[in-house]
Design a protein around this ligand. Structure first.
Ligand code: AMP
Length: 399
C-alpha cells in the first residue's frame, strides 16, 4: 500500500477523518474515511473504504474517552489496520486564520500560539481544532502537520466587501468580515472549473447549506463576497446559529434582560437558528417531516433568508450565471432546492423538477438563464491536497 495523508476535521463532539493513499500517479485515493461521533457521551467510531464498505465500527459505553484518547485510538487503528505504509502528513481544518493566514501553513508552536488568538472569534470550532493539532503533534511527533483555514479562500475579496461601518482604528485592528466555509468553496470552485469551465469563469453563487450555512459570490472562481463575516454567526439562519441579526438585539439582551456575555453566546450559537425558531430540531430532515407549524416557519425563514442574501450577492456580482448547491442540505434536499429556486425565479432561473428530484448534476432547464448545479463538497480532500502541497511541494498531482 502507498504512502498516505490524513485529513482531520475536529469539532466539539466529533472527529471526522479521511485517509488518502498517495499513489504513483499522485491521485488521492480514499483508503478509509469516517468519524468518531458522540465524544463526551457514548462515542461511536465508524470507518469505510473508498467503496463505502465498513472497515471498522466500534462503540464505547461511557464518556471516559475524550478527544485525545479517541484520536489515539484512530491513529493506532490507522497504523495497524488501515494499510497505509507511511503517514506523510496530517492536515487539520482550522476555522479561523484571521488576516495573517492567507494560505495553509505547516504547524509550528508559533503558529498555534497565533491561531489561539482567534478562539473568541470561533468559540464553537477553533478550540477543538487547535486541541486536535496539539494532541496529534504529541501522539505523532515525527509526522508533519498542516493547518488549512476556512477563511483563506476569501482573501481575494475587495476591501469594500470586508469592511464594517465602524471606526477605522477598529477595522485596522482586524474587526472586519473574513468569511468561512472556504475549504468547501475552494473545492467547489475547482470542481466547477473541471466540470463546466464556462460557468466557472462567470458569476456564480455557491450555497453551502449544512448545519452551518453560508453563500459565496464567486467571480471567475474567486471569492468576492460572502454571507459570513467576522465570525461564523453572520448571514443565513443555520441549524442552531441565528445568522445576521440587528446588533441592537444583543445590546438589549445584555442591558434590558441582564444576560451575561456567555449566555448571549450560548443563545446565538447553540439555541437559535432552525432549532430556536422551530423548537423541534436543528436537523432539516426532522423539520421537513414535522407537522408542527413552527417547523414550517423555520423552513420558510431558512429559505427566505437564502433568497434574500442571494439577492444581495447578485448585486455584488452585478448579475448571475450560475448557482451551485452543496453540503448536507444542498446536496440532499430536493425540497429546499426547489423552494430556494422558486424564490429566485425572478432571475430567470428555472429548474427541472425531475432532475432536481433525482439529484442530478445539473438541475436547471435548458431555457434557464442561470445554470443550477449540485456539486458534492469534499473539505477533507481539499485539506489533503493542501497538506501534500506543503509537505511535498515538488509533487504534481491530480485530485
Ligand atoms: P453538513 O453540516 O453538511 O453535514 O449537513 C448536515 C445537515 O444536512 C443535517 O443537519 C441535515 O439537516 C441535512 N441533511 C442531510 N440529509 C438531508 C436530506 N436528505 N434532506 C434534508 N436535509 C438533509
Amino acid at each position: 500500500m502507498a504512502d498516505a495523508v490524513l485529513s482531520l476535521n475536529v469539532g466539539s463532539s466529533s472527529i471526522k477523518f479521511a485517509l488518502y493513499g498517495v499513489g504513483s500517479t499522485d491521485a488521492l485515493e480514499v483508503i478509509a474515511a469516517g468519524k468518531i461521533e458522540g465524544i463526551g457521551s457514548s462515542p461511536h467510531f465508524i470507518a469505510r473504504d473508498g467503496s463505502g464498505r465498513i472497515l471498522v465500527e466500534r462503540r464505547w459505553e461511557n464518556a471516559a474517552g475524550g478527544h485525545e484518547l479517541l484520536l489515539d485510538e484512530l491513529l493506532t487503528w490507522i497504523d495497524k489496520t488501515a494499510g497505509a505504509e507511511r503517514l506523510l502528513g496530517i492536515g487539520h481544518r482550522v476555522v479561523h486564520g484571521g488576516a495573517g493566514f492567507a494560505a495553509p501553513v505547516r504547524i509550528t508552536e508559533r503558529a498555534v500560539a497565533a491561531l489561539s488568538a482567534f478562539i473568541p472569534l470561533a468559540p464553537l470550532h477553533q478550540p477543538h481544532n487547535l486541541a486536535a493539532i496539539q494532541a496529534a503533534t504529541a501522539l505523532r511527533p515525527g509526522v508533519p502537520q498542516v493547518a488549512c483555514f476556512d477563511t483563506a479562500y476569501h482573501q481575494t475579496q475587495p476591501p469594500v466587501a470586508t469592511r464594517f461601518g465602524i471606526p477605522r482604528a477598529l477595522s485596522d485592528e482586524g474587526i472586519r468580515r473574513y468569511g468561512f466555509h472556504g475549504l468547501s468553496y475552494e473545492y467547489v470552485a475547482r470542481a466547477l472549473a473541471r466540470l463546466d469551465p464556462s460557468m466557472a469563469s462567470g458569476r456564480v453563487i455557491a450555497a453551502h447549506l449544512g448545519n452551518g450555512a453560508s453563500l459565496c459570490a464567486m467571480a471567475g472562481g474567486r471569492s468576492i463576497d460572502t454571507t459570513m463575516g467576522f465570525t461564523a454567526l453572520d448571514g443565513l439562519v443555520m441549524g442552531t446559529r441565528c445568522g445576521a441579526i440587528d446588533p441592537g438585539v444583543i445590546l438589549y439582551l445584555e442591558q434590558a434582560k441582564g444576560m451575561r456575555a456567555e449566555e448571549v453566546q450560548q443563545l446565538l450559537y447553540e439555541d437559535s437558528g432552525l432549532l430556536g425558531v422551530s423548537g423541534v430540531s436543528s436537523d432539516m430532515r426532522d423539520l421537513l417531516a414535522s407537522p408542527a407549524e413552527s417547523a414550517r416557519q423555520a423552513v420558510e425563514l431558512f429559505v427566505y433568508r437564502i433568497a434574500r442574501e442571494a439577492g444581495a450577492l447578485v448585486s455584488s456580482l452585478a448579475g448571475l450565471d450560475g448557482l451551485v448547491f452543496t453540503a448536507g442540505i444542498g446536496e440532499n434536499s430536493p425540497a429546499i432546492r426547489a423552494l430556494v429556486c422558486e424564490r429566485l425565479a425572478w432571475l430567470g432561473l428555472e429548474i427541472d423538477a425531475q432532475a432536481n428530484a433525482a439529484g442530478a448534476a445539473t438541475i436547471s432547464t435548458a431555457n434557464s438563464r442561470v445554470t443550477v448545479r449540485i456539486i458534492p463538497t469534499d473539505e477533507e480532500r481539499m485539506i489533503a491536497m493542501h497538506t501534500l502541497d506543503i509537505i511535498t511541494p515538488h509533487r504534481a498531482r491530480t485530485a
